[in-house]
Design a protein around this ligand. Structure first.
Ligand code: NAP
Length: 309
């Protein structure tokens, strides 16, 4: 029996070694070299081409190479009856917290404005409030959102979060559900999106949401590209209502050269690198779940299909 592997990052030898360390008895095949599809017992993948997973009749489990699973649900033939797990990992959470802190500090300390001032050779001092007077809002209080909230709290920021269900997190002002979204936004000066992409969260950062943020607010999006309506962001930046944005994820990746996001003076871009799961950790998690699937036990970090994340 075999495991099929697919990733857009082509480092086959590296992955073979990592997976082989943990599951030496399992043959690893790299998509599109599938061989006999009936041999495929497990799939470890990200952005698998549509229709492919449904061809594996003997699949016992599917593992996402990352924390997000929206890319699987784009495939109308995705085999919903097969146990399906995502990556939840301390290191992945810590890396995301680093990213969020790095860019919150950039906005908090006016780095985007100072970058422009350097280009203009302009010496203008801006006074950042103390962290305790800076209100950060995190949309999504799951594994990554809570990790970022705790780290920002440790730095002294005034942190709030918004989730689907009610949360009680010491030192974090918690909001939940559609009814509390406006109150959460009204107090948010730097908005961080760490939501999963679902039909409910698609395009959530749009013109209407921006008007509910205070004047001068900034946004950071390491969630998913379709959370954001790009044209609405550009309009809100150009009108001066928003002061800046840091984007890690995009509707189309790599971000096309023609995108106006690239050259907007108030936008900072990173190439979907906020937090990438380390192969060793992913392989270790996959090995634990392979063992569980073979014993017929529920998977660790199994995706709740009824919620879609
Ligand atoms: P998670 O543990 O599933 O947490 C998701 C959070 O979002 C939960 O708090 C959930 O609320 C909330 N949520 C979901 N739908 C909502 C809705 N309709 N309204 C309000 N809140 C809602 O996910 P995670 O592990 O933190 O990951 C979050 C996302 O980060 C991933 O899905 C992925 O897209 C993205 N990501 C990006 C990178 C990168 O490098 N850029 C890396 C990893 C992950 P409840 O707590 O009430 O369920």
């Amino acid at each position: 029996m075999a495991l099929i592997f697919h990733s857009s990052i082509k480092r086959d030898d590296w992955w073979r070694a990592e997976i082989g360390k943990h599951v030496p008895d399992l043959e690893i095949r790299f998509y599109p070299e599938v061989g006999n599809p009936d041999d495929i017992e497990f799939a470890l993948c990200f952005n698998m081409p549509e229709g492919e997973l449904a061809k594996f009749k003997n699949l016992k489990a599917i593992f996402s190479l990352g924390a997000g699973v929206d890319h699987f649900f784009k495939d109308p033939t995705f085999p919903l009856h097969i146990p399906f797990a995502r990556v939840v990992d301390d290191e992945l959470t810590a890396r995301m917290s680093e990213y969020v802190v790095q860019h919150v500090l950039n906005h908090h300390r006016y780095q985007i404005e100072y970058d422009q001032q350097q280009k203009d050779k302009s010496w203008e001092v801006r006074h950042a409030p103390a962290a305790r007077n800076r209100k950060i809002g995190i949309m999504g209080l799951g594994e990554l959102g809570q990790g970022a909230a705790q780290t920002l709290k440790y730095l002294g920021f005034d942190v709030a979060g918004w989730s689907r269900t009610e949360k009680n997190i010491e030192g974090v002002t918690c909001f939940h559900g559609g009814d509390q979204l406006n109150d959460f936004l009204a107090r948010t000066e730097i908005l961080v999106c760490l939501l999963p992409l679902t039909p409910q969260t698609n395009s959530i950062m749009n013109a209407d949401l921006f008007t509910k943020l205070p004047e001068g607010a900034a946004i950071i999006n390491p969630g998913r590209g379709p959370h954001l309506v790009d044209d609405d962001l550009i309009a809100a930046l150009d009108s001066g209502h928003l002061s800046g944005a840091t984007l890690d994820v995009f509707h189309t990746e790599p971000l096309p050269e023609v995108s106006p996001l690239w050259s907007h003076p108030k936008i900072r871009i990173t190439p979907h690198v906020a937090s990438i799961a380390a192969p060793g950790r992913v392989a270790e998690l996959a090995a634990l779940n392979i063992d569980r699937a073979r014993k017929g036990e529920p998977l660790l970090n199994q995706v709740d299909l009824s919620r879609g994340y």
